[in-house]
Design a protein around this ligand. Sequence first.
Ligand code: KG4
Ligand code: ZN
Length: 337
Amino acid sequence: MDDIFILGIESSCDETSAAVVKNGREVLSNIISTSLPLHQKYGGVVPELASRKHLEFLVPVIDEALLAAGVPLERIDAVGATYGPGLVGGLLVGLTAAKGICLARGIPLIGVHHLEGHIFANLIGSELEPPFVSLVASGGHSHIVFVKDYGSYEVLGRTRDDAPGEAYDKVARELGLGYPGGPVIDRISQEGRRDAVAFPRTRFEDSFDFSFSGIKTAVLNYVNRARMTGAEICVPDVCASFQEAVCEVLCDNTLKAAAAAGQKTVALSGGVAANSRLREMFSKRTARRGMKFYRPAPVLCTDNGAMIGAAAYYAFLKGRVSPLDLNAYATLPLEEM
Ligand code: KG4
Ligand code: ZN
């Protein structure tokens, strides 16, 4: 079979990204431009600002992705673009550009679910194939997904309130560590004691669901109480203890859900999957249980076009082509792909 080249486009949040992926697993280019500095002073992504930046960045990012890959647009077989869930203004920018290319070239458009993209980052450069169970933990999502086959998903657990990345971002803001909070808490935690503060771990009986609002509030209360009483707080200890509680719940629930689904292979995806403690904890616990463990390179954990190109490749093989009037959606169920 001839090589298949997919152009992957991602624009659901603050990253504008385009990538060329060969045969689903080989990344020839993955250009990521972010409007993050613009949002930092607001402590979170401002949708309107993000949309305008996508509009400005997208065409140069696509050009650069094709150039860096050494693959001309005429050689691209299909375009994969995120169509939800995410910020609709940004999604429309990426999706509309993808439609334009497909219409001009007469090639298929493949709408990709953002979480499907995150999960498929695990197939890049690896030999992983379904079935497996993947945790998707990011700024907006927290799902345990049973990947039964390509395009066949069952959500085994999800957050009932905040996503873990959101908890990281809010705790970091309270501690004055800036935005986004994940990478900085990850770094500072390395100098702290994980057992310094006993923050709560929320678990539900007969469910693999998560809840992170309790731990977020517990950290904020701890910090405010210290401020009011004039007690000194050790920021690395607070970070390490918070991180340990979040990672424990993510790891426990994912491994329990995998066991319940009869699966011995687990994967990590989403921005929080870049976390060094989460990766270490999964690595140790899966090894102890004789399970296989996959995680993407950190750059493929946070939003990027390569993961969208990788997911689109398998949809392309199955003939899952989207109509050119495909809409963008702020919320989108994963099971219906
Ligand atoms: O997947 P992503 O880029 O965007 C969404 O789809 O939400 O994830 C971004 C989230 C942010 O909340 C960020 O704080 C978190 O991922 N994050 C991390 C790390 N790197 C990024 N969280 C913990 N540890 C990290 N090293
Ligand atoms: Zn994401």
